[in-house]
Write a protein that binds this ligand. Structure first.
Ligand code: GYE
Length: 304
């Protein structure tokens, strides 16, 4: 005869995991690939995923987390749109005993116990790789326009800081202007139009915090009668398939990879937590770099 407790345990083990995912929004092709990875992997594993699109607003993400807590999900996955302001809502999750996994972007908090682990990319390393590539490509000389990501987001903060550090050793490289295009294609185009009006032919290089903004900027440059990739050196981050194609077409010069396929790793981690096993506190993907030397051989295998 099996005991009531054992029977309850068996039933609990058979129930599908319920996971709440508070996503930033749908600002870029990277983000779409990230959402697809989280959704399709949940389906594959029979995990019940509650997906909340934050539509670019922290308050929406906070509301989503509160509703996940109220529904007593097994785990909460958060891709935090900005770095600060999470402590109160994460404390609510902690009090309810629900583990929080940060994915993609990190947060700033004085209480490191508010999340179990971080699964994402090393944004500083990405910015550093971009800076090194630029310095080599232009021989340490040139005026740079920076297109920043969402203000206050971890990738915008880190990619900015790393790039500035990286070019600091080259006195001939200068960021002459820097503005946010919010990681969006339309944002990149708009900001680039304004920059071309303001600085004209003084611009030698564009460093965009993501591919979508770089691709938007190429349109503005072409409309101004210039050739992106030749008249203006174009460098960005993400490594989406469209960007690799733009390199092949000569309209973009370099993109540093930022792999968005976190689904398998995130759910592995949650399943491990549920079995009471230890998980890595910080897990980073290794990122590659694409330019004219390898774009052709890489494009076929690009998943996003
Ligand atoms: O680079 C950008 C997206 O947080 C790494 O967000 C992510 C960034 C990515 O919108 O395309």
């Amino acid at each position: 005869v099996i005991s009531l407790v054992a029977a309850a345990q068996v039933a609990a083990a058979g129930k599908p995991l319920r996971v709440g995912f508070a996503q930033t929004g749908a600002e870029s092709a990277w983000r779409t690939a990230n959402t697809n990875s989280m959704k399709s992997e949940a389906e594959k594993r029979g995990i019940e995923l509650k997906f909340a699109d934050g539509q670019g607003k922290q308050e929406n993400q906070i509301r989503a987390i509160r509703s996940f807590v109220a529904q007593r999900v097994d785990a909460i996955v958060l891709a935090p749109i900005v770095e600060t302001g999470w402590d109160p809502v994460l404390r609510e999750a902690k009090r309810a005993g629900i583990p929080v996994i940060l994915t993609d972007r990190s947060i700033q908090t004085a209480d490191e116990s508010l999340y179990v682990c971080f699964i994402g990319s090393d944004f500083y390393e990405e910015g550093r790789m971009a800076a090194d590539w630029v310095a080599r490509a232009v021989n340490g000389q040139g005026n740079i326009i920076e297109l920043q990501g969402t203000p206050g987001s971890a990738p915008a903060n880190e990619r900015r800081r790393a790039f500035a550090d990286g070019i600091a050793k080259h006195p001939g490289l200068k960021i002459i202007d820097s503005q946010s295009g919010d990681f969006r294609r339309a944002g990149g185009k708009e900001v680039m139009e304004a920059m071309l009006k303001k600085h004209g032919r003084a611009i030698n290089i564009v460093y965009a915090h993501n591919d979508d903004m770089a691709l938007g900027a190429t349109l503005a440059i072409e409309e101004a009668g210039l050739k992106p990739g030749r008249d203006i050196i174009m460098v960005s981050i993400d490594g989406i398939k469209e960007a690799i194609q733009a390199i092949i077409d000569g309209r973009l010069n370099c993109t540093v990879e930022c792999n968005p396929m976190f689904g398998p790793k995130v759910y592995d981690t949650i399943e491990r937590l549920k079995r009471g096993e230890k998980v890595e506190r910080k897990a980073y993907n290794k990122d590659l770099l694409f330019d004219a030397t390898n774009a052709r051989e890489m494009i076929a295998s690009r998943e996003y």
